[in-house]
Design a protein around this ligand. Sequence first.
Ligand SMILES: NC(=O)c1ccc[n+]([C@@H]2O[C@H](COP(=O)([O-])OP(=O)(O)OC[C@H]3O[C@@H](n4cnc5c(N)ncnc54)[C@H](O)[C@@H]3O)[C@@H](O)[C@H]2O)c1
Length: 310
Amino acid sequence: MKVAQIGVGGWGKNHARVLSQLGALVAVCDADELRAKETGQKYGVKHYTSLDTMLESEQIDAVFVCTPTVTHFDIASKLIQKKKSVFVEKPMTYKSEEGLKLVELAKKNGVILTCGYIERFNPAVESVKEFVKSKKYGELIMLEFHRENRMPLHIKDVGIIYDTAVHDIDTAMWLFDDMPQVVFARSGKIRHEHEDFATIMLGFKDNKVAIISSNWITPSRVRHFNAVCTDGIISGDFITQEVKIEKDLGSETPRKEKQEPLTLEIRSFLEAVESKSQPRVRAEQAVNVTKIAEAALLSSQKGVPVYIEL
Ligand SMILES: NC(=O)c1ccc[n+]([C@@H]2O[C@H](COP(=O)([O-])OP(=O)(O)OC[C@H]3O[C@@H](n4cnc5c(N)ncnc54)[C@H](O)[C@@H]3O)[C@@H](O)[C@H]2O)c1
């Protein structure tokens, strides 16, 4: 499979490394000529500053889009219309209507479209998903997420809800295997142009709930979650991938091999393209994440809960 990548900045440079390791990378493109050149030379592939030129010059099956959020729609729609399968970094688009258009375009052109909700590939989340499915610790009733970081100075186009909380919105829907009926959020800004702290409550059926707490104020990197089940509390760390279960009669710490979620995510997408099968993160699900992010922003602006039907 021949794969190209557009956007090789802070996060995209990791995709280029993994794609090169997998022997799939054939070209990179970045509006920043120096970045494009350095990455192209590092991995021994052609580099471009124009997507159109890259598409004219290269025979490619799939493209990774790792540019800022506001550019995702234009770039991805162009690629899909050229019949390329596309992996778009999260959030899939800035507006959910744009995401819906991409879903339609992908169907029409018969290509695979997915979005970079990487926590689905985190072994810690996979463990919780297995426990919830098998009901090993009973019924999942409540999720709590803490995702905290120093403010990323280069993110200018979106605030913390679209940039950061979306990971937990997706993970909550994945673990509950459901979509929320109501969204209530509080957010504000201290240093960033957009909101830099947010607490979001997603209300699912039967009073199940996810509380998502994100901020760009905490100086250290925190990525933690709790899954409250009827027979045990599962807590985990997205970074260390450690999971612990507290039960009435003591605690358990199941062991799972630590793996790089990005490698698993990229491999999974390439397999989906090769076998023309549904990717783990379906594009429609990524659109729903954006819809919930929109509802969270609206809720925090209006100070009221937003009821949604997805
Ligand atoms: N899944 C994750 O955990 C995760 C983590 C960080 C960032 N991201 C996502 O990855 C994307 C990129 O984030 P980043 O932190 O790497 O940003 P960045 O600003 O560091 O890099 C973006 C790169 O895209 C290039 N670019 C911008 N517009 C372009 C265009 N039209 N054509 C070609 N190149 C263009 C820029 O020159 C830059 O090199 C965003 O969607 C972000 O939300 C995901």
